[in-house]
Write a protein that binds this ligand. Structure first.
Ligand code: ATR
Length: 274
């Protein structure tokens, strides 16, 4: 029988993870089966227990269970502890190990796929929820010149900046306070695109050659990227590459093998292009 993996979420029907991991397994010759499992909102722990009892060896975790998966883990990787969230579980030896590959996936997409090194760059991170928190330590590890967090609720941005101030100084504030500042990389980690909303960002944010990166993706350009293009961002990228790279990193955690991502990313890009 193939080794069993899954992704937990709610909703989960439209997840691309089963197709991504099936492609990785086929490309590497790993004998594994990966399926989507919808856990009840109040029943995540029970769903995990049932999956483990049925022989499950590992799982991805997506919205809205990443923080609960962190609490459920017996042991955490350093990056999951920092993120306060888990997107990759490993079941074995009677314990649940929790890891988080989101930040590594973002970094790999930006630096390797898009060829945009972070060292010495000024980075603006928009949002102060779970998605933003998960990528701060990996971004700081890239040794940017500065990291600034801006959020609709400025107090949440300030609290988040404080949480990571032992690694490096992090500035924080409201969207309005961004007026007059400019950045080389602007990352959207808010969920505003989900509801088709744009962010109230002042003009002049994008330095020459800057990259606008939306952690969301969809058919067509997201509202954030449409605004970035109008505001003069030299380069725009959505989160499809991050999705594939966080999956590749999870695959590596489970199987010790790193699948190639470029062919799959090109295929997914073709599928979602309008
Ligand atoms: P996630 O896990 O996706 O980060 P979350 O923890 O609920 O989800 O955080 C959502 C983030 O998107 C928050 O930063 C939120 O801003 P607030 O902290 O002010 O609520 C941000 N967000 C969601 N919708 C938004 C909108 N329409 N405009 C601006 N920010 C928005």
């Amino acid at each position: 029988m193939s080794d069993l993996y899954c992704v937990f979420g709610n909703p989960i029907a439209h997840s691309r993870s089963p197709a991504i991991h099936a492609a990785f397994a086929a490309a590497t010759g790993e004998d594994m089966h990966y399926e989507a499992r919808q856990a009840p909102i109040e029943g995540f722990a029970a769903a995990v227990a049932e999956f483990v009892a049925g022989g499950g060896m590992g799982a991805n975790v997506t919205v809205p269970f990443k923080e609960e998966a962190c609490r459920l883990s017996d042991r955490l990787s350093g990056r999951a502890a920092r993120a306060g969230a888990v997107n990759t579980l490993v079941f074995g030896a009677g314990e649940i190990f929790g890891d988080n590959t989101d930040g590594a996936g973002l970094l790999r997409d930006i630096t390797a796929n898009l060829g945009f090194p972070l060292a010495g760059r000024r980075i603006l991170l928009l949002g102060a929820g779970g998605a933003a928190r998960g990528v701060i330590a990996p971004l700081l590890a890239g040794e940017p010149a500065a990291l600034h967090i801006a959020n609709r609720s400025a107090d949440k941005a300030l609290r988040l900046a404080e949480l990571f101030s032992d690694i490096a100084p992090v500035a924080a504030g409201s969207f309005a306070e961004l007026a007059g500042k400019s950045f080389d990389l602007v990352i959207n980690a808010t969920s505003a695109s989900l509801s088709g909303e744009s962010l109230p960002l002042p003009g002049g944010l994008y330095a020459p050659g800057a990259l606008a990166y939306d952690m969301m993706y969809g058919k067509g350009e997201t509202p954030f990227l449409q605004l970035a293009r109008r505001q003069g961002a030299a380069h725009c990228a959505d989160g499809l590459g991050m999705l594939v790279e966080q999956a590749a990193e999870a695959f590596f955690v489970w199987r010790g093998r790193r699948p190639q991502t470029a062919p799959l990313l090109a295929e997914l890009r073709r599928q979602i292009s309008p």
